[in-house]
Design a protein around this ligand. Sequence first.
Ligand SMILES: Cc1cc2nc3c(=O)[nH]c(=O)nc-3n(C[C@H](O)[C@H](O)[C@H](O)COP(=O)(O)OP(=O)(O)OC[C@H]3O[C@@H](n4cnc5c(N)ncnc54)[C@H](O)[C@@H]3O)c2cc1C
Length: 518
Amino acid sequence: MSTQASTHKRRILIVGGGTAGWLTAAYLARHLALSERSHLEVTVLESPDIGPIGVGEGTFPTIRATLQFLGIDERRFIRETAATFKQGIRFVDWARRGESFLHPFEAPFYTEGTSLVPYWLLQDEAARVPFAQAVTLQARVAAAQRAPKRGAEAAYAGPLNYAYHFDALKLARLLAGRARELGVQHVQATLSAVSRDERGAIAHVDTLQRGRFEADLYVDCTGFRAELIGDAPGAAFHSVRDVLFADRALACKLPVDADATLESCTIATAHEAGWTWEIGLNGARGVGCVYSSDHMTDERAAQVLRDYVGPGHADIATRRIPFAAGWRQKQWVRNCVAVGLSAGFLEPLEATGLVLIEAAVGMIAEMFPHGGPIEAPARRFNELMNARFENIVNFLKLHYCVSRRDEPFWRDNAQPGSLPERLAEFLEQWKYRPPGRYDFLLDTETFAFFNYQYILYGMGYRTDMRGARADFTQVEEAERLFAKIRRFGDRALAELPDHGALIRQINAPAGRTLAGVA
Ligand SMILES: Cc1cc2nc3c(=O)[nH]c(=O)nc-3n(C[C@H](O)[C@H](O)[C@H](O)COP(=O)(O)OP(=O)(O)OC[C@H]3O[C@@H](n4cnc5c(N)ncnc54)[C@H](O)[C@@H]3O)c2cc1C
């Protein structure tokens, strides 16, 4: 085991120049103050012949703090990546055909110990407003295609929680530029061989164009190819295909009219054997059909996609992307750590790819052993990443198993045998109480109890609170708060700009402002 002194030069070699590679590079460079440390070296090795996957257009609000930490100006980011604002996901036809609901980023309104959720559950089912609309004003703001902030608001801040949609390739380019500014070196070469020592640590890697590279830490960001972690001892792939059935996507990008309405949420529309995503970018629409090949043929998926995009786009070019739901139970092995698709991937639902990259990179940066053995954090890193993947599986499965659709894909998803034990146990409890904060330990969770509430109650799941009615005595106070949310919603609709108008304003040549978006 190497025990270099802290003055020893530490070299980090990141193999792969997709979102994972460049985000890892920029984040480590910033966190480790690379430009001020001559004993540190970070290099990105990127194949000139193998491109990044180029999908991954939806994000989670954590991306704001990440971009801000990297020192990237928000408006520049929006302009250079064709970005738009995202306030959540609208689920169409999931519970059953013809029904829809929003999963917003804002937590339900909560004040002075009064949770509104039990009071909503106790209301008359036939008369109450949909859950998200009752507990947060964001549902009405997103439904009206308003932006989550005004144009003059501070960067990365606004009255409502938000993330973005963006062009994945453009994001990788922007991150690459920032990483280089922060002192990261860039080598264009294709890795051709990995040599390991007798303990399984990487001794060096060879490339086709630029010879041999040696490093202290190797970060595998080579996407599904998993060129380094793939053969690492103990890094076998853990499949969860028996829980999450989707294993293919058909993706395309369509042009849009400059003045078309711009949604500020992702639209996820269920179909007979999966779902279709629709993401509004600046100047384009990203659309993709996600499906289970056990339940749908590729031809049928292509037809579902064609039906979705409409007759004007009959000859549109599509890309088929197979994937396997699962992850490597050891993602850090000796001196090699995997980040991004090489570490694992579940499916595009709820856009968790980038969040997992952020979580991994944040941990590598915090736990980085400047002077000690490079593999010291491996065990803890692997425990935490495993927990995170497992928790996301539970949350994604929830979307499928509480649906009341009756096609074979949906019926199979509702089979008790396909549910992880913990989710099944929670669903039993949630028949009598809503998801609560003690159900989840936030450090290893991506989704909190209120995310579960939005999905459960958006889908019409029944939590029977009648037995506990006597415990909820603040009915008047709750009614007052529900009314306050409605009033705040009215005000937000009057004050927040149209989403499309704000995006056009941000992209307008310097000095030009548009009326109503300041
Ligand atoms: C259908 C689909 C939809 C998705 N949607 C979302 C979403 O909405 N939101 C989200 O957050 N995530 C999403 N993801 C996940 C997201 O795409 C990825 O997390 C993200 O793009 C990071 O990819 P990556 O950098 O790990 O891999 P890639 O983009 O595949 O990059 C791999 C890199 O490795 C390099 N490379 C490969 N082999 C070699 C070699 N031998 N030598 C040198 N370099 C090499 C390539 O040149 C490339 O630069 C989606 C994924 C899929 C499959």
